[in-house]
Write a protein of this length. Structure first.
Ligand code: C5P
Length: 232
């Protein structure tokens, strides 16, 4: 699995994202388009960023009945994204349906990644609201195993969980990990953070980095620094 840095383009308009992407003249970053940008600009933003030569992780975290997810995934696979995702909590049946919907007539498809337990959920809210009593790390590993058995390519998780996910699901099962900060940077609202170098050491395949790059005084320099630390 080729390691790469995915830049979370958490902007609310096409204008902002293009002003940002215009700064990158050499290496074109792998871009994450989340709900904010997608809901603001629609599928056209995906086509436009793709046309500029970027790989795209479309982070829409689908979670619905299998038939609905399957049909939505067919639409997304037509957008020619490189990676997209669903919630593992949608169950194995939903993940399998997502894979079916995503697979194009020629057999090709984007990578499909499962969101395990959101990092905004803690043990207490899981127990009190979701009635899940097992320890959080066991819940994450169980979701990862179910995703692997359903045929998905990997999971979104903390870099701190990447090693254990690889132990449980195999080396080629992809780990996509947010929560990355430079050693001298501001953590912001992220609680458990690691540096790009540490994420590499822990076995992450892709790091998702937003504000350390998008809010940097020199985003290209920050991106290059990330790539150097993480990819080598
Ligand atoms: O700006 P920052 O580097 O914190 O951005 C991280 C990105 O990864 C954001 O787009 C955020 O929504 C996403 N993410 C996350 N934690 C998760 C899942 C996704 O930070 N568990």
């Amino acid at each position: 699995m080729g390691k790469d840095v995915i830049v979370a383009c958490d902007f609310s308009s096409a204008e902002q994202v293009f002003t940002f992407l215009d700064k990158f003249k050499e290496r074109k970053p792998f871009v994450k388009i989340g709900m904010e940008l997608y809901y603001a600009e629609g599928p056209e933003i995906v086509r436009q960023i793709k046309a500029r030569g970027h790989k795209i992780f479309l982070d829409l975290k689908l979670h619905d009945i299998p038939n609905t997810v399957k049909k939505a995934m067919t639409v997304l696979s037509g957008l020619d994204v490189d990676m997209c995702n669903v919630h593992a909590a949608g169950t194995s049946a939903m993940m399998k349906a997502a894979l079916e919907g995503l697979t194009r007539p020629d057999g090709s498809r984007p990578l499909l990644i499962a969101v395990t337990q959101l990092t905004s959920t803690d043990q207490e809210s899981m127990e009190k609201e979701l009635l899940i009593e097992k320890p959080l790390d066991q819940v994450v590993m169980s979701y990862a195993r179910t995703a692997m058995e359903a045929g998905l390519d990997g999971v979104v998780c903390s870099p701190l969980e990447a090693g254990k996910v690889h132990e449980t699901c195999g080396k080629s099962f992809v780990t996509v990990t947010p929560g990355v900060r430079f050693a001298d940077g501001d953590a912001g609202d992220q609680k458990r953070v690691t540096t790009p170098a540490k994420a590499r050491e822990l076995g992450s395949d892709y790091i998702v980095v937003g504000r350390p790059i998008t809010a940097a005084a020199d985003p290209v320099e920050a991106y290059n620094r990330c790539v150097k630390e993480f990819v080598g």
